[in-house]
Design a protein around this ligand. Sequence first.
Ligand code: SAM
Length: 365
Amino acid sequence: MAALGGALPDGLPGAVRRLDLAVLHGIAAFLGEELAGRGPLTAEEIATALGAAPRHAWIVPHWLDALAGEGLVERSASGHHGGFRRPRRSGLIALRRDLDEARSGLGYPERLTRYLLDSLRALPDLLADRVSAQAMLFPEGDLGTAAAVYRDNPVNRYLNGAAVDAVCGLPAKRRVLELGAGTGSLTAYLLPVLAGHTTEYLFTDLSPFFLDAARRRFGAFPFLRTAVADFGADLAAQCGPEPFDLVVAVNAAHNARHAGDLLGRIRAVLAPGGAVLLIETCHEHHQSLASMPFLLSAPPGEARPARLDRRAGTRRTYLTREEWTAELGAAGMPPVLDLPRPDHPLAAFSQHLLIAAPDLRGRPR
Ligand SMILES: C[S@@+](CC[C@H](N)C(=O)[O-])C[C@H]1O[C@@H](n2cnc3c(N)ncnc32)[C@H](O)[C@@H]1O
């Protein structure tokens, strides 16, 4: 349990819930400041009153679902909302305390508290598109905050460790493709163990910003190559015709409009005996609502593309663990490894490592 790094395993589900509620209360406070005494209002009227930029307007009903679900706003059968209350100073102090204690109980670095509080304070500007969520997560190109979110915490240490163990046990790893590789939170652990086994690690992302950073950071690994690749389109056309022994996607695959179609595209570039490694968040935690949705909006001037898979008609960002299992199975790649198990203390984070190896019998060691 070294991965827990001082966090209390028994207290994890409670701390996850406390962090969820602290962030949601922060969003309620923002709405209370702007809308106290007003109502009943539709989600569209609220988005307009908050000055939401068109590309971020989808976030308002997403928040309202969570707030109504927790009883923090009132919602009528006709879809009108009310009960907005201006926050009290004592409530805001308690919120900051809850947020920091929960963060610390979960073993996240102190930097996460700053990031979440800064995001809550910036909600008016984020929503109106005066401030970019990318600039908040990567201030002046610095990857430290993203490392706190995606790497330097118990659940990611555990998942990255389990992923490295599983990859070491795979029989074939000559050619590796990483999709949506971004800050390379798992890449940093995979490259050292792949050295000597891998002739090409193709690090891809939609954004060239991450590729420059990866070339600088991983320059010691001559088998690393970078390329812009959109996993929403044919992969062989973008990554070359030679198939891959391992395809990796860490916290990226939920960006696909259709998870099954993405898995089909991955399967199409998988070599015989190859494996797919996904790390995915599998639950809509309130704690990410002040920051992550802004990263998922369409570029300026574009509408957010609808999800076309099991999430169609919902406002969900993530697929559940059961849905990923079903999608992998439907793509002919049922998972051979799925961690953490439901009774593991870190299961409270709802982040999963899923490995599929269609031609292998049994699980990777
Ligand atoms: C939450 S970040 C995770 C990044 C990275 N895997 C990590 O752990 O640091 C999601 C990444 O997916 C990338 N992404 C989103 N949609 C994509 C697409 N259609 N094709 C390729 N990359 C995409 C984003 O640019 C971003 O870097």
